[in-house]
Ligand binder design. Structure first.
Ligand SMILES: [Zn+2]
Length: 433
């Protein structure tokens, strides 16, 4: 049984003191009930993170996968058998790039969300987003920045981990790091300073302090913006110098954490790769030379195809009726170049730009842009787990966390199956969407 200490908050002349009373309260009854539960899932087929297997079953015990394999080799041992005819079981999907504190920009532009929405409002929305993400079969998210909501991802993650609200396991980066002046919201006048969607820091001492402070507050990884649209012409240009990026990476790594980079320009990508960032987000203006460099350094690309697709439509493109705008055509080209160079591809859509719960949109687009369906399934499970250093999930294997999703149909035959979620399992607990 998990015991939680009871703490008493005492306020003495504006100082809050936390006093441990020494009493204990039991873990939530639902949690302890789940810990002892055993059941056997019997779908038509199981994708184990690498390969599709017809006729496999999976036995869950407590919060772990107890056994997985051909039905004849995995007996139910008297446990409940869950018949899942016509369905496919996969590892719980891993969203590689989300912003649970953002909602679609066609509802409210990003600037207005950052500048005009109360953090309490944004948190209330984030709890809905977390639930929708989990019900879509995504049992883990790498949430890449609160975009002005300070450290509120820390509390959201705690609320999910403590069973207060349903949601995915979270890998968080808190505020993310930007070079001074480079990010947004943009002020209309140099005389007016707007609050920013991430933390500004530059140079040796300030960067070290910012990285350590974000880690201290709860960051699992450090996100930087290696380039951004800045200056009067709002052109995408590199921000941090190579030395600054190397420093950020060194300080993050010395605490066992990775640094990841938003980068769209070739030069921003080059600095992020050489600086030691583990993933590059977007990578729109990558070149064959840059993708070869990524392959050489083992840097993964999170292409966020769905974000560009969504933004183009918000700007008026009528998808399916009008020809694809230049931005989309170019993205198809660079994505193919990355695939051709053998770059590791993470699945991550930049969800938040579009609706939470519609995470599968990115996976459908990866197929549409030329990636093989089997590679897409690997990307959103075992590849994301490996790249994000999550050794306890991403595969269907005895001993790993019982984070699973069951969908109607066969996603290898039609990726739309990933939108037909029938059952979500997180840490052994079952959720019916
Ligand atoms: Zn993003």
């Amino acid at each position: 049984m998990i015991l939680h200490k009871l703490w008493l908050l005492v306020v003495v002349s504006n100082t809050i003191l936390a006093v441990c009373t020494g009493q204990s309260i039991p873990a939530r009854a639902t949690d302890s009930k789940m810990l002892s539960e055993t059941y056997l899932l019997k779908p038509d087929r199981v994708f184990d993170g690498e390969t599709m297997h017809e006729g496999w079953v999976v036995r869950v015990n407590g919060d772990k996968i107890d056994a997985a394999g051909p039905a004849a080799s995995v007996p139910a041992n008297g446990a409940e058998v869950v018949e899942l005819a016509g369905q496919t079981l996969l590892p719980g999907l891993i969203e590689g790039h989300s912003h649970l504190f953002l909602h679609p920009y066609n509802e409210t532009p990003w600037d207005e969300q950052v500048l005009r929405e109360a953090r309490s409002l944004r948190t209330a929305r984030a709890t809905n987003h977390a639930r929708k993400t989990l019900m879509a079969g995504f049992t883990t998210v790498r949430d890449l920045g609160t975009e002005g909501a300070e450290y509120d991802d820390v509390g959201l993650k705690q609320a999910i981990n403590q069973g207060i609200i349903p949601g995915p396991r979270m890998v968080i980066v808190t505020k993310a790091l930007i070079a001074s002046g480079s990010y947004g919201p943009k002020s209309p006048s140099p005389d007016i300073q707007f609050p920013q969607g991430a933390e500004e820091a530059d140079g040796h001492d300030a960067l070290i302090r910012a990285v350590r402070s974000q880690i201290g507050k709860g960051a699992d990884a450090i996100k930087i913006y290696a380039d951004y649209r800045w200056g009067l012409m709002a052109e995408a240009k590199p921000t941090f110098t190579l030395d600054e990026i190397k420093l950020i990476v060194e300080v993050a790594k010395s605490s066992g954490r990775a640094a990841v980079a938003h980068a769209s320009t070739a030069e921003g990508m080059r600095r992020a790769i050489l600086g030691g960032c583990e993933t590059i987000e977007h990578g729109d203006a990558g070149t064959p030379e840059i993708f070869a460099l990524m392959k050489q350094h083992g840097t993964a690309l999170c292409p966020t195809l769905a974000a560009g697709d969504a933004v183009s439509q918000y700007r008026g493109w009528k998808k399916g009726q009008e020809p694809e705008p230049a931005r989309i055509r170019e993205k198809r080209v660079t994505f193919k170049q990355a695939l051709g160079a053998g770059v590791t591809i993470c699945a991550g859509g930049d969800v938040g730009v579009f609706s939470h719960g519609d995470n599968a949109r990115e996976l459908l687009m990866m197929v549409d842009y030329g990636m093989k369906p089997l590679a897409v399934l690997r990307s959103v499970t075992s590849v994301n787990a490996d790249v994000f250093h999550l050794a306890d999930r991403g595969r269907v294997k005895a001993g790993l966390l019982a984070d699973l999703v069951v969908v109607q149909g066969d996603p290898l035959a039609d990726m739309n199956a990933l939108r037909q979620v029938r059952l979500v399992v997180k840490g052994g607990s079952r959720y019916k969407p």
